[in-house]
Design a binder for this molecule. Sequence first.
Ligand code: ZN
Ligand code: ZN
Ligand code: FE
Length: 762
Amino acid sequence: MFAPFERLSQLTACYVRVTGIVQGVGFRPFVYRLATTCGLSGWVANGEHGVEIVVEGSHTAIEAFLHELTTHPPPAARIDQIVVQPIQPSGLETFTIRESQRRERPTTRIAPDLPVCADCLRELFDPANRRYWYAYINCTNCGPRYSIVLGLPYDRPRTTMKDWPLCSDCAREYHDPADRRFHAQPVACPVCGPQYLLVDAQRLQQARGAAAIQKAAEWLRGGRIVAVKGIGGYHLACDARNVAAVQALRERKFRKEKPFALMVANLAVAAELVELNDAARDVLTSPARPIVLLPARVFLPGVAPENRELGIMLPYAPLHYLLFAAGAPAVLVMTSGNRSEEPIAFTEDDAFIRLSGIADGFLVGERPIARRVDDSVVRMTVLGPVIVRRSRGLAPSVVATLPTSRPILAVGADLKNTITVVIEGQAFVSQHIGDLDHWPVVEAFTATIRDLCAMYEVDLEQAVVAHDAHPEYVSTNHALTLPGQHLAVQHHRAHIASVLAERGCWTERIVGLAFDGTGYGDDGSIWGGEVFVGSLSEGLQRVAHLRQAVLPGGDAAARWPVQAAAGFLVAVEDLPDLTASPFCFPEQYDKAREVVASGLRCFPTTSMGRLFDTVAALCGFTRSISFEGQAAMWLEHLAQKSPPVQPYPFPLTEGELDFRPLLAAVVEDRCRGRDVTEIARAFHEAVAAAVVTVAVEYCAAFRAQRVVVSGGVFQNALLLERVAELLRLHRLELWTNRAVPPNDGGISLGQAAIAACAGIAK
Ligand code: ZN
Ligand code: ZN
Ligand code: FE
């Protein structure tokens, strides 16, 4: 921030440079209005590294200007730094907005998509306004950005609005610096802009404009499933309280158990469904308008089976507000417009083909979507909101500044893939792309690499291309086809590095614990319960890990918790017959035991995720999972129902966390008939205690004061809460991810950070 105002009190002119998210967010018109209100002359322009301003006038006016600039910037702007320099006044008479020039290097930050603002909402429902009930209303303070941009700099001809010439009224607003729509690139109105249409399952148009929205609301009330085009793709919507509609959606979408997200009309409706506190309200109403996972207060059959939480979001597009105003049910299922694990549909052709047979109708918007951007997902924890899926409203903003000037492309991991592009040290993380074992997702992955590299003009010949160390990952193999200098990064080091990158921590020595389901280890085995000591500059050395177990069938065991159990439990003595009561393991368990006995297709593993699966199986989750992490989530929800209990033994000996006494105790307690919620809780307490034991021991041995945790296991709010409480007693600080997900969605940032610090990217 700049120097105290007193030092500027003699000035009659100054130069101001503002950096951060200040372009494409209405910053220049804001400065124009502010300067003219203050009676100042001068100019404002988009510069190489932010917005540049010159103001001339009385020193009190300049003070007032600077004060407002810092305290009340436009809602979508994020100011990182303001530099103020005194200059000689040159006698400017007016204040002008200078046109932006195409720069050498676009380090411009394209802003994420924004929810409709309060001013636009007021106009939307004002019968006297010319945009009354117009679903594409927006202004410089709100509306789409990333989902409509085709290239930089961000100007209308390089957006998906290029085919709608402005009418005279819109043009006047667009060119008037005093107007809220000055240079609002997607500006439009019912006279000149795109519209929504309602199309039935036979692709026949039923209505257009406001009538289409009215009719869609009617269909939703009647229990139909409607595909609704939003900001970053299609949703499938239905009445969440209509059991038959929800069931039909599950069957048609081939989605067995994975929870559906909900969109509720407003906060009051949200408060009926879930437990809301101030922190949750803040996240729900934040500009990203993410899906927030919160403890359920009601049971909605079929929406989130066997889950104690509901994923809730508020309306964000004008269309959503209109649907609710038109009488759509106040609680809508709003799930991604796709079939099971495919990527979300975002073009009409795609939606008609892939969603036919699922949707009874399509609420189609004429404005094209430039790229698919799913809803972001956030979970509330004691350490604050943790991002589970980082996408709409958050991507592609800068999440870290890395110590390198060389361009970097990091391609992430194969599950929950994201990519990261680093240009002039600024790390841009893409939206959530998905799991690369589905071909359409692979296409989205390569398209996103092309897209972001083009947008930020990354010259791959000059770049470091970082990828996972797994030789069989799709992402690895794609990276190896690209030019540039290749760098393999071990998965769990990338998890830890993602946290360090967010915090700008390059040299401090930390103890890092990366717990997840699977990742390729240095020795080629399946890692997932790893402890490191070191820093980004000196490297992360593996000092401890979960005791090795065998995994029959390798990564395929992730589908069947009992299969993982067969591998982990061979190490436990005097095991009872687990196919009998109270365990009742299915035949999949016996088959897996035979595989273990034969030793064929068995892989060594230190996966903490599979240990969670094993305990879940012992507590009664004996079926196969239908989405990743399901068994661990089930176990966490079970544990949350229990009061605090003593932890099971989970000793650390010679760098190994020994799970054998832990599992023996779980088996014994189950045979004794102890309540499974208590067993699940004692297991969570054991893992938390083990994290703390490891942290204390290695922090002391290596003189570290900070503990870094990452990996999918640490999305577990109960575990995080217990670890945080216990570490506080030892006066050790706990860091986890806050800008990218702790799951594999954060891997690309970690890879980029390791590449930036590896000495090759300087
Ligand atoms: Zn607005
Ligand atoms: Zn118009
Ligand atoms: Fe991972």
